[in-house]
Design a protein around this ligand. Sequence first.
Ligand code: NAD
Ligand code: LMR
Length: 338
Amino acid sequence: MCVRLASDVVKVCVTGAAGQIAYSLLYSIAKGDVFGPDQPLCLTLLDIAPMMGVLEGVVMELNDCAFPLLREIIPTADEKVAFSGVSAAFLVGAMPRREGMERKDLLAANVKIFKSQGQAIDQFANKDIKVLVVGNPANTNALICSFYAPSIPRENFSCMTRLDQNRAQAQIAARLGVRNDAVENVIIWGNHSSTQFPDVRHATVEISPGKRIPVYDAVKDDNYLKNEFVTTVQTRGAAVIKARKLSSAMSAAKAACDHMRDWWIGTQDNKWVSMGVVSPGVYGIEKGLMYSFPVRIQNKTWTIVEGLEINEFARKKMDATAVELKEEKDQAMDICKA
Ligand code: NAD
Ligand code: LMR
């Protein structure tokens, strides 16, 4: 299929397009859930050469969905083709972990993918491209990708901690017996790893129409919120792998859509969302680390929510995850330079 693209068509790249996350993600993007119900799209689908046969099947299925917004599909194993003229990229393609592994165990296998894709984005993508890194270890891969794309602002690279945010929100909602969207402003600090800090100290819950109270006052169990809740969210990815024998895919795709939609269209009212972004040195987090913060978004630009009170408990957790990110960064730089 090769038609001339109208100027209002947005070109979106998905990598790892023959994989399991992409299988759910492509459907939602093509349907209009991310870039809006009136936004025509061209999808470039990158995977490795041996997966081109499988990718062909995915393309057949996308065609068979007859999506009104989908104007062109370009399957490829060539990074130049995948990133040329692209305005938004979902970098999913990478090896997933198996049972018993930590996400950082994937560093050696995956980080070079993001070096190479960073270089291609630098050369061929639109300079205002928004890049969401999903492939693990997501924070460090995003950092490496931005490092090798020096002509693109570092603010245009982010990594996904929205799945952790959604998990945290769902845990609290279940505990209180309320709708998932009654819980707001949960924060994920730091790394998308088992050191992340899911923090509900500033979160609220709607307990009756128009009436919000702090989650801490609603749950009334300090010990649960500081221990079981935190551990459940930190280890949820591993629990899914243990049960499914495969890493999360439907929930990861949903979170990727939530992340990019909020970046593209903006956050609502006074709500915050968490995303891994390059630290400008706020909240005592070393400048330059790809760290998850609470952000608000307007005009496709994120701003970290500043001025939140950080108690001693939170400080320790926020620092521990920063230490891990610093170690990953040093290790990744060594691998990329070798
Ligand atoms: P998968 O194995 O089903 O699919 C990965 C795909 O990437 C495969 O088709 C593979 O061929 C492709 N690929 C490998 N190298 C590539 C390259 N250089 N360029 C393009 N494509 C390439 O895996 P999955 O379940 O879709 O997971 C993908 C990644 O997402 C994993 O690293 C996983 O750990 C991660 N993940 C992250 C989150 C998060 O919250 N950040 C959540 C779930 C999964
Ligand atoms: C997740 O959080 O489900 C993913 O990052 C997959 C994993 O390895 O945990």
